[in-house]
Design a protein around this ligand. Structure first.
Ligand SMILES: Cc1cc2nc3c(=O)[nH]c(=O)nc-3n(C[C@H](O)[C@H](O)[C@H](O)COP(=O)(O)OP(=O)(O)OC[C@H]3O[C@@H](n4cnc5c(N)ncnc54)[C@H](O)[C@@H]3O)c2cc1C
Length: 652
């Protein structure tokens, strides 16, 4: 088992290449630059903060627009300044200035997003930036130094993004562990979601581990195969595969009080049950890998082929067939354009239209010039990561918070929310202006952010306007042998029905049986309403830790990887006390857990997704928002950075 210091270099970003290109080549690359992080990167590189010209500072209200809303003239000026700085850097032997002071760094970061007063974020941002492959979120301790003779072991359930991360951290700390995954490879979501068009909707320069960043993502929003390859690369280079048992589906985990261990029972593909005991269990089973089927009568009566998008039937050729698609959520908007390319007819059945975030580069490859800049301008890629982290995270949170004084017809929650709504309605109008019949159906009547926002580069309008596509908003009554019987008495014949109806997101840790202290059954305790403290720990379930657990999902498009990195850090902090041999078990105090959940619930009710009555997978069957973190990303970081030991009961 390898034991490495927490600041071990990443195999992914290990610096940049020296610039040897001509002035003209540099100018050519700059033509394709992402402007907002460009001058900040050069200020960092040269130490010359005068490069941060006030007139070229982005407007924070416009930062989410392409090029941060900078005008063409502003962009041209920034390119000229950058050209001169890069030529000087090249001619000076590509020597970077010493890293900036904390004050200068703050100025650099604030300029990149046009923000101010971001001082509280600085330590978090330095971790996120993780210049040149640093790893600032490692455990910072290892068993060999802490308690070499204490045998302590962990079972991690799941080898997706969170499980690979947990395994890596356990490896770094020298803790014995195994990972169990029902699948035959690592990657979780990105191994399983193989429907056509599947891609991430948070740009990859942000959707990647902070300590395993890449300069050379082929797309801004990479496709499933690229992400799967990334997580495979991570598992290989962190050397965690050696401890993964694939094809191992966990059925139960039971806490044994006498020796303070968990007994985990899992089944292999041959149906044989195996048992493994460990001092702690980390659940990394995700929220979005069990398909959710709608409750429509007669699904199984349909005589043609039918399947869920999470279990795509690649063996089924849809060419020339009449295909009905139920659902218009994120997955459906990704796969319907591909189905429409080959099917004879596509009937799109929509219950609630999604809000769309206009994203012109959604399907675009990263251009060669921009890729070159990421690979040759030190810190440019990292500052671009920061810019995305900010503008798709805390910068937009206020836009989905309810203003109690706002007079609303239900379609917005504040003046900012109404402004955003108007901007997107303008986009819809521009896209569907020639088809008023469609326009009337695609504009939502609920506030932006009440459901997951979907990205679009215009392909949705192109698809819905195709002669072979119909958008149907009438209610479904039932399914029969031939297709879909509608509530108004009409019938839609279909050869194939595809269910794009999402995942059982509220069914946390299902279908495993988890028995904790005193025989407490986790799912009985939850009663369909999962809760945890900081998404990680649950009273009565000692030494059980969840990643991507209850209330650690985000709505306005941050990255779940960030949450898992913070969550794992908290887990490693708690494990440290156990590994050190001070205690046998740790469990969150009931009152701390309950008070935290009350805070979360109160804040979620003040957010668009909790306030609106629109149906969404963010709410469980009790109507409670069990998915989302309603606070700032900074708040999660602060609360998970180190465990507050007073929050927990330590035993033994
Ligand atoms: C189509 C799609 C698009 C997405 N886009 C984004 C995005 O743009 N940005 C973003 O931040 N997030 C996105 N997500 C969320 C995504 O799930 C997370 O970002 C991330 O992949 C979660 O990783 P995870 O390891 O926590 O869970 P998962 O990736 O779901 O992995 C869980 C693993 O646990 C295993 N497992 C589950 N139950 C058991 C069991 N009982 N026994 C053994 N193994 C088990 C599974 O086989 C799986 O390998 C998307 C999800 C989907 C489905």
């Amino acid at each position: 088992m390898s034991v490495t210091a927490s600041s071990s270099p990443s195999p992914f970003v290990t610096g940049v290449q020296p610039i040897t290109e001509t002035d003209a080549q540099i100018r050519g690359a700059l033509a394709e630059a992402e402007i907002p992080p460009l001058l900040p990167a050069l200020a960092y590189l040269t130490g010359d903060l005068a490069l941060l010209r006030a007139e070229l500072r982005p407007d924070p209200m416009m930062i989410t627009l392409p090029q941060g809303g900078l005008t063409d003239d502003q962009q041209a000026s920034a390119r000229e300044i950058a050209l001169a700085a890069l030529i000087a850097y090249r001619d000076g032997g590509c020597r970077a200035a010493p890293p900036p002071s904390a004050d200068d760094l703050l100025q650099i970061l604030e300029f990149a997003v046009g923000g101010a007063g971001m001082g509280a974020y600085l330590p978090l941002l330095e971790e996120e930036l993780a210049y040149r492959g640093e790893d600032r979120r490692g455990p910072g301790w290892c068993t060999a130094e802490l308690a070499p003779d204490v045998g302590f072991s962990v079972v991690v359930i799941g080898a997706g993004m969170s499980g690979i991360l947990a395994a890596h951290r356990l490896d770094q700390a020298g803790v014995d562990y195994i990972v169990l995954d029902k699948n035959l490879d690592v990657g979780g979501t990105w191994h399983e979601s193989v429907y056509p068009g599947c891609r991430v909707d948070n740009p990859n320069h942000n959707y990647s581990y902070s300590f395993a960043q890449k300069h050379d993502w082929p797309f801004h929003y990479s496709t499933q195969d690229v992400l799967q390859e990334y997580f495979r690369e991570c598992a290989d280079s962190f050397d965690v595969r050696k401890n993964v048992r694939f094809g191992a589906s966990v059925r139960s985990a039971t806490w044994d009080e006498t020796d303070a261990t968990w007994t985990v029972v899992y089944a292999t593909g041959d149906g044989v049950e195996h048992t493994v005991r460990a001092n702690a269990v980390i659940s990394a089973v995700g929220q979005l890998n069990r398909a959710s089927w709608p409750t429509i009568d007669g699904i199984e009566r349909f005589a043609g082929a039918y399947f869920h998008s999470a279990q795509w039937r690649h063996d089924l050729d849809l060419t020339g067939l009449r295909v009905a698609v139920i659902g218009t959520g994120c997955s459906a908007l990704q796969f319907i354009p591909h189905v429409a390319e080959v099917a004879a007819d596509v009937l799109v059945l929509q219950r609630t239209p999604p809000w769309i975030a206009p994203t012109p580069d959604y399907h675009d490859a990263v251009s060669p010039g921009l890729m070159w800049l990421y690979g040759h301008v030190p810190t440019y890629s990292e500052l671009n990561r920061f810019s995305i982290f900010w503008k798709m995270g805390d910068a937009v949170l206020d836009g989905v918070r309810v203003d109690p004084a706002w007079q609303s017809d239900g379609s917005s929650v504040s003046a900012v929310s109404d402004f955003t709504r108007q901007m997107i309605v303008d986009y819809y109008t521009q896209q569907f202006g020639d088809r008023p019949d469609l326009l009337a159906k695609v504009v939502p009547d609920y506030p932006v952010g009440a459901k997951r926002i979907v990205r679009d580069n215009g392909i949705w309008a192109t698809t819905l306007k195709r002669a072979n596509v119909q958008l149907i908003t009438d209610a479904i009554d039932h399914i029969d042998e031939d297709g879909i019987a509608m509530a108004d008495g009409t019938h839609l014949d279909a050869d194939v029905i595809i269910y794009g109806t999402g995942y059982q997101a509220s069914n946390f840790l299902a279908p495993m049986q988890i028995i904790g202290r005193g025989g407490a059954d986790l799912h009985e305790r939850w009663g369909g309403d999962a809760r945890a403290y900081l998404g990680v720990t649950i009273p009565e379930f000692p030494n059980l830790f969840c990643l991507y657990g209850p209330n650690t999902n985000i709505v306005v498009n941050g990255s779940i990887i960030y949450f898992s990195e913070c969550g794992v850090r908290l887990v490693m902090g708690l494990l440290k006390s156990l590994v050190a041999g001070d205690h046998r078990s740790v469990e969150v105090k009931r009152d701390v857990h309950d008070a935290f959940n009350e805070l979360v619930d109160a804040e979620n009710r003040r957010m668009a997704w909790g306030w609106s009555s629109v149906n969404s997978w963010y709410k469980n069957s009790h109507g409670r928002v069990a998915q989302n973190w309603p606070f700032r990303l900074l708040d999660y970081w602060e609360r998970t950075r180190e465990p507050d030991l007073d929050d927990y009961e330590f035993v033994g």
